[in-house]
Design a protein around this ligand. Structure first.
Ligand code: ATP
Length: 480
C-alpha cells in the first residue's frame, strides 16, 4: 500500500499555519497527543458535527439525541467491562524505555514490507497477528516480533520485555478531602451515557423499538502510542448512535447500518474507492459482529468508524450491577425483553483528518512565462468553515461600502469573511488555503449595474452575477 508521509506532514503544517489545529499548550512545548482547534478548525468541526447530527437525528424520525455527562458512576465501567477488558497488549524496549502497542509495531513492519513490494509477506504477517491477538497469545506475539527482527525505532535494538496488558482509562478523584474522595474515570467512550439513560429516554419519549439514541461528546483514552496527529489522541470526540432492536433481528440491522453509514461517508464527496470495510477477527468483549469503515489516509487505510452488534451485553450488565430493570415491553408481540443494540461509532477528529486529507491539494499553475502554484482545501461547501469571502477590489471609490452591505446581507445566513487588504490575487489564495468555496469581488462595474464577480475556488472560474443574488446562490450550494 503506497503511503504518502510527505503529504501527511504537509497537512499538519498547513493546519497550523492557517489556523485549523495547534498542538495543545504549545508555549509550554505542547502536551503529547492533545490538540486544540483554531478559528477555522473549530468551524469545520462544528459543521461536521451538525452534518452528522442532521443525518442521524433530524432525518431519522425514530432517533433522538442526548448529551450525557463525562463523569459517571464508577460502577458503570465495571458493568461495561472496561475495568477488566479495556486493555491493549504492550511491550517495552529495555534500552530506550519506550512502550509500544504490539499490534502497531507489527503493522508498521507489514507497512515496511508493502513499501518494498513484499505484499504477500505483509498480508501473511497481518494474518498471523490477527490469529495471535484473537487467542491472546502473548508469547506467540513476542516470538513474532523477535522472528521478524522488529527493532525499537528509538534505540534500534530488539531488547524487548514480555508483553503485558495496559488499561487505557484515565482516572481522577471526586470529593474535596482526599480520604473521602472516590476514584472515578473519564469516560473512554460516549456509549455508556446512552445505555444508562436508555429507559429515561424511552419512557419520556414514548419510543417504540426499533429506535436510536445519538450523542456527540468527548472521550478519553490513555493511548500509549499517540503520534499520528489527530488520528490518535488522548482526548477526542466521538459521534455515536445506539440503535435498540428486538433480539434476533441484529443481523439485518447490522447490515442496514453498515450501508447507511457508508452512504453518509460517500455523501461527503469522497469517492467509494477511498473506503473499505474491515471485519473484526477478534471481537470486543461486548460484540457478536463488528467491522470498521476504513479510509485511505496518506498514512494508509485506517479506521474512521466502527459498527458493532453489541447484543444485550451492556443493558444486561447494567441491570445486574444496578439491580434496576432494563427491560422493554414490546406491545406488538406482547413480550418483555432486554433490547439488542447496533452501534455506529465514528471519531469526529478522525473524520476531520479524513476530510482534510481528501481536501488538501497542491496545484501547479505554472505557465511558459512564470512559475506558479497554489494550495487549496477542496471542502464540500456544506462543511467548509467559511462559505463566502466578500472583497472590494480596491479600498476606495465607495467599493468597501457596497461590499459591507453584501456582507451584512449574507452574514446572518452563513459564515462569511470580509477583507480589503492586499491584491485580489493574494486574497483569493488565502481563501483557497482555508477552503472558502466562493469569493465575490466588488469592482467599478458594480457601481454601474449592481453586479459582482463570483469566483469558484476549485475551477478558479469567475462569472458576473447580480449582487442581490449572492445570498441565494451560496445558500443553494451549501444546502446541496
Ligand atoms: P483503534 O483501533 O484505532 O484504537 P478503536 O477500535 O479502539 O480504535 P472504537 O472504540 O471503535 O475505536 O471507537 C470508535 C471510533 O472512535 C473510532 O473508529 C475512531 O474514529 C475514534 N477513536 C477511537 N480512539 C481514538 C483516539 N485515541 N483518537 C481519536 N479518535 C479515536
Amino acid at each position: 500500500m503506497a503511503t504518502d508521509p510527505n503529504k501527511f506532514q504537509a497537512i499538519i503544517s498547513h493546519c497550523k499555519e492557517y489556523g485549523f489545529i495547534f498542538p495543545s499548550s504549545e508555549i509550554y512545548d505542547g502536551l503529547q497527543a492533545v490538540y486544540d482547534y483554531g478559528q477555522w478548525g473549530s468551524e469545520l468541526k462544528k459543521n461536521i458535527k451538525d452534518y452528522w447530527w442532521k443525518n442521524m437525528v433530524q432525518l431519522h424520525e425514530n432517533i433522538v439525541g442526548i448529551d450525557a455527562a463525562i463523569f459517571m458512576h464508577p460502577t458503570i465501567w465495571k458493568a461495561s467491562g472496561h475495568v477488566d477488558n479495556f486493555n491493549d497488549p504492550m511491550i517495552d524496549n529495555k534500552d530506550s524505555k519506550k512502550r509500544y502497542r504490539v499490534d502497531h509495531l507489527i503493522e508498521a513492519k507489514a507497512e515496511e514490507m508493502r513499501n518494498e513490494g513484499r505484499e504477500d509477506e505483509a498480508n501473511g504477517l497481518l494474518d498471523e497477528l490477527d490469529k495471535l491477538i484473537a487467542k491472546d497469545d502473548f508469547d506467540g506475539l513476542k516470538q513474532l516480533i523477535i522472528n521478524q527482527g522488529i527493532k525499537c525505532p528509538v534505540s534500534k535494538t530488539s531488547n524487548w520485555t514480555d508483553i503485558r496488558q495496559f488499561n487505557l482509562m484515565f482516572s481522577t478523584q471526586v470529593g474535596s478531602v482526599s480520604d473521602e474522595a472516590s476514584e472515578i474515570y473519564l469516560r473512554p467512550e460516549t456509549a455508556q451515557g446512552i445505555f444508562v439513560n436508555f429507559l429515561n429516554v424511552q419512557k419520556t419519549g414514548r419510543l417504540k423499538i426499533p429506535f436510536g439514541i445519538a450523542q456527540i461528546g468527548k472521550a478519553f483514552r490513555n493511548e500509549i502510542v499517540a503520534r499520528q496527529f489527530i488520528f490518535r489522541m488522548r482526548e477526542f470526540e466521538q459521534m455515536e448512535m445506539q440503535y435498540f432492536i428486538r433480539p434476533g433481528s441484529q443481523k439485518e440491522w447490522y447490515e442496514f447500518w453498515k450501508e447507511e453509514r457508508m452512504k453518509w461517508h460517500i455523501s461527503l464527496g469522497i469517492p467509494k474507492e477511498k473506503y473499505r470495510f474491515h471485519d473484526h477477527v477478534k471481537l470486543a468483549h461486548y460484540a457478536d459482529a463488528a467491522c470498521d469503515i476504513e479510509y485511505k489516509f496518506p498514512i494508509g487505510f485506517k479506521e474512521v468508524e466502527g459498527i458493532h452488534s453489541r447484543t444485550d451485553f451492556d443493558l444486561k450488565n447494567h441491570q445486574e450491577y444496578s439491580k434496576k430493570k432494563m427491560q422493554y415491553f414490546d406491545s406488538e408481540i406482547n413480550q418483555n425483553y432486554i433490547p439488542y443494540v447496533i452501534e455506529t461509532s465514528i471519531g469526529l477528529d478522525r473524520t476531520i483528518l479524513m476530510v482534510l486529507s481528501e481536501a488538501y491539494i497542491e496545484e501547479d499553475l505554472s505557465t511558459a512565462e512564470k512559475q506558479d502554484s497554489r494550495v487549496l482545501l477542496r471542502f464540500p461547501a456544506k462543511i467548509a468553515p467559511m462559505k463566502l469571502a466578500v472583497l472590494p477590489l480596491v479600498k476606495k471609490d465607495g467599493l468597501p461600502e457596497i461590499a459591507r452591505k453584501i456582507m451584512d446581507d449574507c452574514k446572518s445566513h452563513f459564515r462569511c469573511f470580509y477583507e480589503e487588504k492586499d491584491t485580489i490575487g493574494k486574497r483569493y489564495r488565502r481563501m483557497d488555503a482555508i477552503g472558502t468555496p466562493f469569493c465575490v469581488t466588488v469592482d467599478q462595474q458594480t457601481k454601474q449595474d449592481n453586479t459582482v464577480t463570483i469566483r469558484y475556488r476549485d475551477s478558479m472560474e469567475q462569472e458576473r452575477i447580480p449582487a442581490d443574488k449572492v445570498t441565494e446562490i451560496v445558500l443553494k450550494e451549501i444546502n446541496t
